[in-house]
Design a protein around this ligand. Sequence first.
Ligand SMILES: [Zn+2]
Length: 313
Amino acid sequence: MNFRLFDAPEREPSQFVGFAGNVIDRQAENRSEDCLGQALGDRKTRIMLSRGGRLHLKMLDGRFDAYFSADEARQVGARLEHGVLLGMSARGPVVMAPTALDPEQLPEGIKAIDHRSIYVQGLLSEETMGELAQGAALLSWHANHRFCGRCGAPTEPRIGGYKRVCTQCGAELFPRTDPVAIMLAVSRERCVLGRSPHFAPSMYSALAGFIEPGETIENAVRREILEESGIRIGRVVYHASQPWPFPHSLMIGCFGEALTDEIAFDGRELEDCRWFSREEVRAIVAGTHAEGITIPPKGAIAAHLIRAWAEAC
Ligand SMILES: [Zn+2]
């Protein structure tokens, strides 16, 4: 067997994708029942605020600031008792909390911007984007698990938001992460890219789909590529992963070895799917493709997969 660990790069590809800059010390072993309350009483604590998938940003001298003090947070309707303690940063604890004010009720100088636009437009530092991925996934999970799936009674948050407990039967619920396989079917000199109807005009990307219960990552890659493009896949290798807080996925990026050539797609999930030569993909990456075809923005794991293959060999 070829043991690949010691040939791997010091900085793995996952360190270069969007939402991967989180350096919070999560203190996962030290989450006490009152850790959120303690953090909210600490003057160094910085609080991120979100409502309906839109982060509140202070605008200061043309720059965006995502952090509020507890007093500032209360003034804009923060529901701090429903916050989640992300952990300890170099500057103190970081909390993310939902707010009660609609965007049009916010005072001047504070804007509510949806998480996807913040990511696409690169409005915040890599470190803050990583914290946003963690907090947004947790807040979404809390909003959708207010009742017990076993007995139907209300649940309540515990240990800084990393657990919910049923008030009746005591069932414990833990935050979930949904794995999604995102993959590039490749041969030696060609790769397959597809276009979903909701993509920006001219954009093509890697194929993707949720990993199902009881499935390995590799089998999910083979199944999804076959379903979406009709291509049979042999060997599969993992390349990189990306936290994807829409609402709480983990994108698992892989390459799959195409065993067949013929493409067949149904026109519903994809409106186009085709082979691209390495030369064409290099032109797409360089922004010089003859048909003006583009790929997702730089931070997207799909872009990393496509570039890694285009630049290989
Ligand atoms: Zn229950």
